[in-house]
Design a protein around this ligand. Structure first.
Ligand code: NAD
Ligand code: DAU
Length: 355
């Protein structure tokens, strides 16, 4: 008998795979059901080390398929959901907004409705408090100016990209299910993650891979945009803490208190990768290529994670210098993984995106 049956969606993706790994290893008495459609961003190789663990199950399914979601809730007697499955890349959302609306809004709605129908059967005997946890992003808050104060949980939503608009919409649906049907929910909004298993369309793995292969480093605009960076396993730890101890119905911001201007971050990546490859210091700076800016490019994101610290005692565990060194080392040592995920469709995306 499992103590809990937890559905983690998007568990074959970047952050999801770290959350699945943490939960499978830390909670042997929970059954962890990883539900993923295995899109271009999902890869079961991310979970090789835990795939044969007895408390782990994988289900290939699409969150846009409502009947399949209902069946999975029933089949595994799901009592908790950690929902990460999404289209996650801003540049792709600019080229194909429909698939973002479909997966991020309709997919989330399907899961909410499946949870509502399964958990709100009259006279349900379950002793376990159900919880629907939506993993969201700081991008829903819009952008900050350089001297603005940080995003807090009460900052008004002001999304600018089709990606952030779809995530904002899914957050609204989650709160609507709380307010209309009494569904037990919690939401977290996190800043930029980095670390192993991130698809190399995102800034940090893309640039590490390009430096290694002496390819141009496409810096959008003037490289002055600012992001707050958090090591991915610290995000997974925060999700664990919020899932178990967060206040039902609440929202928690998660961030690294670690803001970097893109161009400064890129120089740190270059310095680190050049050193690890035994190249002369700064040798790869010549690869920096300023390209046309991203449409609607948000100037600055910066998260105030004080509530999470004060209420639940979470703080980031890794210093940025250590995190970036570990990350660069991992990508350099895992060229097979990179080659595998960058073959096929990704080549076409890269050509279309960067010419
Ligand atoms: P990712 O793109 O690496 O992974 C997404 C996963 O979802 C993949 O495994 C993919 O196969 C799966 N998926 C996509 N569409 C699906 C569908 N229709 N049905 C089932 N599975 C589907 O994304 P990520 O960077 O790991 O982000 C995970 C979540 O965290 C997303 O909801 C994202 O909005 C949020 N988030 C990401 C960051 C970040 O910096 N990456 C920061 C804050 C919040
Ligand atoms: O803030 C959280 C968000 O962080 C998540 O919700 C998203 O899923 C995640 O993709 C990330 O969004 P960003 O757009 O901030 O991440 P990305 O890695 O795409 O870009 C980081 C910054 O680097 C951004 O200012 C754009 C810039 N950039 C990015 C790429 C891919 C470049 O200058 N050149 C590039 O080639």
């Amino acid at each position: 008998m499992n103590k809990r049956n937890i559905l983690i969606t998007g568990g074959a993706g970047f952050i999801g795979s770290h959350v699945v790994r943490l939960f499978v290893n830390k909670y042997p008495d929970y059954r962890i059901v990883n539900l993923d459609a295995l899109t271009y961003a999902g890869n079961l190789a991310n979970l090789k080390d835990i795939e044969n663990t007895p408390n782990y199950v994988f289900e290939k399914a699409d969150i846009c398929d409502f009947e399949a979601m209902e069946q999975i809730f029933k089949k595994y007697n799901i009592d908790g959901v950690i929902h990460l499955a999404a289209e996650s890349h801003v540049d792709r959302s600019i080229k194909d907004p429909f698939s973002f609306a479909k997966t991020n809004i309709m997919g989330t709605l399907n899961l909410l409705e499946a949870a509502r129908r399964t958990w709100q059967i009259p006279n349900s005997k379950s002793q376990i408090p159900n919880l629907f946890y939506h993993v969201s992003t700081d991008e829903v808050y819009g952008e900050l100016d350089f001297d603005d104060t940080l995003f807090t949980e009460t900052t008004a939503y002001d999304p600018h990209s089709p990606y952030s608009a779809s995530k904002a919409s899914s957050d609204h649906f989650v709160r609507a299910y709380r307010d209309t049907y009494g569904l037990p929910i919690v939401i977290s909004n996190c800043s930029n993650n980095y670390g192993p298993y991130q698809f190399p369309e995102k800034l940090i793995p893309l640039f590490i891979n390009n430096i290694r292969h002496n390819k141009p480093l496409p810096v959008y605009g003037k490289g002055e945009n600012v992001r707050d960076w958090l090591y991915v396993t610290d995000h997974a730890r925060a999700i664990d803490v919020i899932f178990h101890n967060g206040k039902q119905g609440d929202t928690y911001n998660i961030g690294g208190f670690n803001e970097w201007k893109n161009i400064d971050l890129i120089k740190v990546i270059i310095e680190t990768v050049d050193r690890l490859l035994g190249r002369t210091k700064g040798e790869s700076e010549k690869l920096i290529t300023y390209v046309t800016d991203r449409a609607g490019h948000d100037l600055r994101y910066a998260i105030d994670a004080t509530k999470l610290k004060n209420e639940l005692g979470w703080t980031p565990s890794l210093q940025f210098e250590e995190g970036i060194e570990k990350t660069a080392q991992w990508y350099l040592e895992n060229q097979d993984w990179l080659d595998n995920v960058t073959s096929g469709d990704y080549q076409q995306y890269y050509e279309k995106m960067y010419g």
